[in-house]
Design a protein around this ligand. Structure first.
Ligand code: C5P
Length: 288
């Protein structure tokens, strides 16, 4: 995450993530699932702008995500259902801050993709408004609020390149990225609801004992996700036929990715992926 003050506004760049591995260890009493996942942030960003306002909060969203037929993809709510507003209201409630903000969100990270876009926006709002409103919350306090907003929000708070995330995903331990990478991400036209993929996992009772193939990213949510969205199978089959280091699905899907040998290979592969017309294609690098 990057913070860029400009005039009386503050811009924040909120990156996406991919899961380099994801193990589901079991269903918990609170209905969530116990996870062990390595996340890496990647250079695909939403942009948020916080501008002064008296006491009210407002959010405008400009969707820069386009589907394959170049129509704007799914509508993003601008009310209390949006994690940006939820994060801002949580900050107001917890600190008694009476100031408002006009927030603009330029959305590039596709929703329902497993790329953590909404969570990254929420983390950017916590960090951005903490600075914009001069609230002086410390990292520990911000992490406590992040965990209440969603399981992936904590990962984005610290802007680390990679982390091992446990618990329901909110416990973060920074780990070194094995090596910097370039990757291609493809988001099929239809997305997947995280809750529905976990429900499917519970129904299937998929165990984590499936043998690990070296060229495939180990992700226990892949099986339930592909049952709900067959586009994932077709996409992964194609990606795995390419001469890439690894291919897999990120988080609960539906986006899939291929880790490439070089940035150049990623650019070339992206061109080929676009010709497949199977979804939105992004070239990203790690460590942002
Ligand atoms: O935490 P977050 O709001 O992002 O999660 C969305 C949904 O995904 C949850 O309501 C829950 O149904 C499911 N989930 C889960 N176990 C996790 C994380 C999410 O079951 N570790």
């Amino acid at each position: 995450m990057r913070l860029l003050p400009q005039g009386d506004s503050l811009f924040v760049l909120a990156p996406a993530k991919i899961n380099l591995s994801l193990k589901v260890l079991g269903r918990r009493d609170d209905g969530y699932h116990e996870l062990q996942t390595v996340m890496a942030s990647v250079g695909l960003y939403d942009t948020l702008r916080f501008a002064p306002a008296e006491e009210s909060l407002s959010l405008r969203v400009h969707s820069l995500c386009r589907s394959v037929n170049s129509s704007p993809v799914n509508e993003i709510p601008v009310d209390d259902r949006n994690l940006v507003i939820k994060a801002a209201r949580l900050l107001q409630a917890e600190t008694g801050a009476r100031r408002g903000a006009d927030i603009t969100l330029w959305k590039r990270i596709p929703s329902e993709a497993g790329l953590g876009g909404g969570s990254s926006d929420a983390a950017a709002t916590l960090v951005g408004l903490n600075q914009f409103w001069n609230l002086q919350l410390n990292p520990e306090q911000l992490h406590a609020l992040a965990a209440r907003l969603g399981s992936d929000v904590n990962f984005f708070l610290d802007s680390q390149a990679a982390a091992l995330c446990t618990g329901r995903g909110e416990k973060i331990e920074t780990v070194p990225l094995p090596q910097p990478f370039s990757a291609v991400i493809i988001k099929p036209p239809s997305g997947l609801s995280t809750a529905k993929v976990f429900q499917q996992w519970s129904r299937d009772q998929v165990t984590s004992s499936t043998p690990v193939q070296t060229s495939v990213i180990e992700n226990d949510l892949q099986e339930p996700a592909r049952r709900l969205n067959p586009e994932i199978d077709q996409l992964l089959a194609r990606l795995q036929r390419q001469d890439v280091l690894k291919a897999g699905m990120t988080g609960s899907g539906s986006a899939c990715f291929a880790i490439c040998r070089t940035a150049r290979q990623a650019r070339t592969l992206a061109g080929r992926c676009r010709s497949w017309r199977m979804g939105q294609v992004f070239v990203v690098s790690s460590g942002v």
